[in-house]
Design a protein around this ligand. Structure first.
Ligand code: GRE
Ligand code: ZN
Length: 323
């Protein structure tokens, strides 16, 4: 498929590139670093070679979310968004943007989002999980009440947001002690991100903003596989859960799921059975993943050509209102 749209595609700037080094084997770091900092060379080559017409770009992880100093988080987000905007301006048919936001200060985050959408033409925002605020050990999740106005603002803009992984703080998750191979994209990313997404859904965010849409990568971080059991258990006892609908209902009405970093046909088919092919969208997770692996799989996997068009392109065009 020649004209795919990809949505979880990352870049880094000088101020955030160091955050990605732990995720590369030492002999691969130079290559990953160069691909994260590049826009116009390897990135466009790979998109051309493997049939991605448009990549909606986002900052690496955790980046802004891991800067406890609020003023600095605001400055770094703004700077990253300006760099991305310049690249989008140079290649308006090839790149789009998700805003990085200083969620440490919900009002500043709302203002930056407004600037990114209204002035820079971005397609929404991407947050790398929880934010550290004030000091390294203080974390906030975005179902906290101080985000109520932020969400009202975000919903009013009519753009989706991407809930992207970061690792939990080691101090808060001793289950990963001495088992570094289970952190990051192996497992900890999915657990952390799925739990944050479930906090937002079960907290009633989508009751208050029924048109708001959340994108989850990596085939939904495990939620589609488990959603029947989640609702089956909650039907027997809600334990104070405030939301009005079932989790499966939010999953089918307020969530889009991408293929980023999870290039597997049985997983795709299972997700199609759970949420339908209108809510699944192609993504790579470049440069942490290869276009070759994503497209080499997706372009040939055994689904109908009708579904391939929807997942590869048309669902994203509809969601983002692209021409
Ligand atoms: C990602 O952006 O999804 C990611 C990282 C680091 C390592 C692997 C990975 O940020 O997929
Ligand atoms: Zn990613």
């Amino acid at each position: 498929m020649k004209d795919k749209i990809a949505l979880e595609e990352h870049f880094a700037i000088d101020l955030t590139i160091a955050d990605s080094q732990v995720y590369a084997r030492p002999e691969m770091w130079t290559h990953l670093r160069s691909n994260l900092l590049d826009f116009e060379n390897q990135r466009l080559d790979q998109m051309d070679q493997w049939g991605t017409e448009l990549s909606i770009l986002s900052l690496n992880s955790p980046a802004v979310q891991s800067i406890p100093d609020v003023g600095r988080a605001i400055d770094v987000a703004r700077h990253a968004n300006d760099i991305l905007a310049e690249q989008i301006q140079r290649h308006p048919t090839r790149f789009g943007g998700f805003a990085a936001l200083p969620m440490q200060d919900p009002e500043a985050a709302a203002r930056e989002l407004e600037r990114c959408v209204a002035e820079l033409g971005f397609h929404g925002f991407l947050v790398n999980g929880f934010s550290q605020v004030g000091d390294e050990q203080t974390v906030v999740y975005y179902d906290a009440p101080q985000f109520n106005d932020f969400w009202a603002h975000a919903a009013a803009l009519g753009k989706p947001f991407y809930m992207h992984p970061r690792d939990p703080l080691a101090s808060r998750e001793p289950i990963y002690d001495d088992r570094p191979w289970l952190t990051g994209p192996t497992w900890a990313f999915a657990v952390e991100t799925a739990a944050h997404a479930l906090r937002l859904m079960s907290g009633g965010l989508f009751d208050r903003h029924p048109a708001l849409q959340m994108i989850l990568g990596h085939f939904g971080e495990g939620i589609p596989f488990n959603v029947w059991r989640i609702d089956h258990i909650l039907r027997k006892g809600r334990r104070g859960m405030p939301c009005e609908r079932e989790i499966g209902n939010y999953l089918r009405e307020n969530v889009y799921i991408t293929t980023s970093g999870n290039f597997r046909t049985p997983t795709l088919l299972s997700t199609m059975l759970e949420v339908g092919s209108d809510r699944i969208m192609y993504s790579v997770d470049y440069p942490f993943e290869k276009h070759e692996d994503a497209a080499g799989w997706f372009d040939r996997c055994e689904i109908s050509e009708n579904d391939r068009r929807k997942i590869g392109r048309d669902n994203a065009r509809r969601l983002f209102g692209l021409k």
